[in-house]
Write a protein that binds this ligand. Structure first.
Ligand code: ZN
Length: 130
C-alpha cells in the first residue's frame, strides 16, 4: 500500500489529487488492473468529478451544505457531525480501471480529496491489483 499526504487549507475544500495518484500509480509499475484510492478519515472523503471548471467543486460543497445543515440538533459531542454525515454521503473510496499504465479517467474527470473538517493534515491510501 502507498499513501499520499494532503494538507488542506480550509474547513471545507475539494483538493484535486489526480496528479499525486498518477505519480503513485507509475511507481507501482502496474500495467493493467484496478487502482483503489481510500481515505482513512471519518470527516473526509474521496470522489471523482469534473476537474476542468473549478466552479463544480464549489457547487458540490454548496449543495452538501444545503443537504446537511449545520443547525440540526446533532448529538455527537465533538460538534462536527455535519462533517461526518458529508463524509458518509460522498464515501471513503473510489476505484479506477488502469490500462496501459494509465488511469482510465474521462477527459474532464479528476480525483478529489474532500475535506469537511479542516484545515488538517490528511492521508490517502492507494493500492493496486491486477
Ligand atoms: Zn466527530
Amino acid at each position: 500500500m502507498r499513501s499520499i499526504e494532503v494538507r488542506t487549507q480550509a474547513r471545507e475544500e475539494l483538493v484535486d489529487i489526480t496528479a499525486k495518484v498518477r505519480e503513485e500509480l507509475v511507481s507501482t509499475g502496474i500495467k493493467d488492473g484496478i487502482c483503489y484510492v481510500y481515505v482513512p478519515h471519518t470527516t473526509a472523503a474521496v470522489t471523482i468529478n469534473e476537474s476542468a471548471d473549478p466552479s463544480v467543486k464549489e457547487d458540490i460543497l454548496m449543495t452538501l451544505r444545503k443537504i446537511v445543515p449545520d443547525s440540526l440538533p446533532y448529538k455527537h459531542s465533538e460538534g462536527n457531525s455535519p462533517a461526518h454525515v458529508k463524509a458518509s454521503l460522498i464515501g471513503s473510496s473510489i476505484k479506477v480501471i488502469v490500462e496501459e499504465r494509465q488511469l482510465s479517467l474521462g477527459t474532464w474527470q479528476g480525483i478529489f480529496f474532500c475535506e469537511f473538517d479542516g484545515p488538517r493534515n490528511r492521508r490517502v491510501f492507494i493500492k493496486t491489483s491486477s
